[in-house]
Design a protein around this ligand. Structure first.
Ligand code: PMV
Length: 325
């Protein structure tokens, strides 16, 4: 039986990507830098079965028509490399809410390619797995690796140099991440549609692309030097620029809720009070707070105190995607 199970964690971008240079190959217009989380995860079992007439995809036990196409397309890339046509059953489970800005597609596609690679006995290296995960979802390229990760936008037309590489292992700078869950509803405009709208309609788009290298450089230096303040400054800058860019689309994209804005003020207040904390927000309302482990209790209290924060999740930095069975 050709089957394997893999586990992958979501990641959170500190230097964001928004906009694609090639939609068919899913190539980002700018590089990005992220941290891979630990406690939250996607576990995916891929079982190739000669008796199946088509691929089957179950997410948290239910068939998921919306995502099946992308899963089948990604799986087919691995089938092509293996030279087989066998269909598969893919069973995926998330330990966190899907589609609400917690990057379930990142852990989802990272787990999918790592499980399919093992099930087909391909033995692909991390760069190749990262490239294949990127085809499913841009941010998934980063979840193949653990700790601090950079996804390079690459120059080549085929995207073979658009892969993630490691900047620092999780244990080398063990930061904490506290997520304030503000809504569990799936977002109205997904990241791919949002990025395309922005690229086509925002007059800020070229300024965003032009500014990316400077942010990436600042973040790389901050990470290598373990300079929290520097990382806080560039991460909040990149986050606010990404959202300002999204808001400048026509029609404007607004991912924040009132509680998100309230959270931004609270976190900045904590930093002014001497706590090592900063925020970031992806294509959804959730507030993600990066801090030193010592600041977690203070952050949890601050987030819990905001009306509109429904839940607080604690996580640290974790490892890359791996086979577990
Ligand atoms: O490639 P996607 O669809 O996972 O888009 C990711 C978009 C952001 O999370 C907002 C930014 C990022 O770099 O992760």
């Amino acid at each position: 039986m050709k089957q394997a199970t893999a586990l992958a964690h979501p990641n959170i971008a500190l230097v964001k990507y928004w906009g694609k240079r090639d939609t068919a190959l899913n190539l980002p217009a700018v590089g990005s830098i992220s941290i891979t989380l630990d406690t939250l995860h996607t576990k995916t079992k891929v079982r190739f079965d000669e008796t199946l007439d088509s691929d089957v995809f179950l997410l948290d036990g239910a068939s998921n028509a919306g995502e099946t196409r992308r899963v089948v397309d990604c799986l087919s890339l691995l089938r092509e490399i293996a030279g087989v046509q066998t269909h598969a059953e893919v069973r995926s489970e998330n330990s966190f809410p899907t589609g609400s800005g917690l990057a379930s597609s990142a852990s989802g596609f990272a787990a999918l390619v790592v499980a399919a690679d093992a099930a087909l006995d391909l033995g692909l290296d991390q760069s190749r797995l990262s490239e294949l995960a990127r085809r499913g979802s841009g941010s998934a390229a980063r979840s193949v690796l653990g700790g601090f990760v950079e996804l390079h936008h690459g120059e080549w037309e085929d995207g073979a140099d658009c892969i993630a590489t490691s900047l620092l292992d999780a244990a080398e700078w063990p930061l904490a991440v506290t997520v304030g869950v503000i809504s569990r509803k799936a977002k109205k405009v997904g990241s791919t549609a949002g990025m395309e709208l922005t690229r086509e309609t925002s007059s800020y788009y070229s300024a965003w692309v032009d500014g990316a290298e400077a942010d990436l450089l600042a973040a790389r230096v901050a990470i290598v030097e373990r300079d929290f303040q520097k990382l806080a400054d560039v991460s909040e800058l990149s986050c606010l620029k990404m959202h300002a860019l999204a808001m400048s689309s026509q029609p404007g994209l607004m991912y924040w809720h009132g509680a998100t804005v309230e959270g931004i003020h609270r976190i900045r207040q904590l930093r002014r009070g001497g706590h090592a904390v900063f925020f970031t927000i992806d294509a959804g309302p959730q507030l993600k707070v990066i801090s030193t482990p010592e600041a977690v209790a203070t952050v949890t209290d601050a987030l819990s105190d905001i009306s509109g924060v429904q839940d607080v999740l604690l996580t640290g930095l974790g490892e890359g995607a791996r086979v577990v069975d």
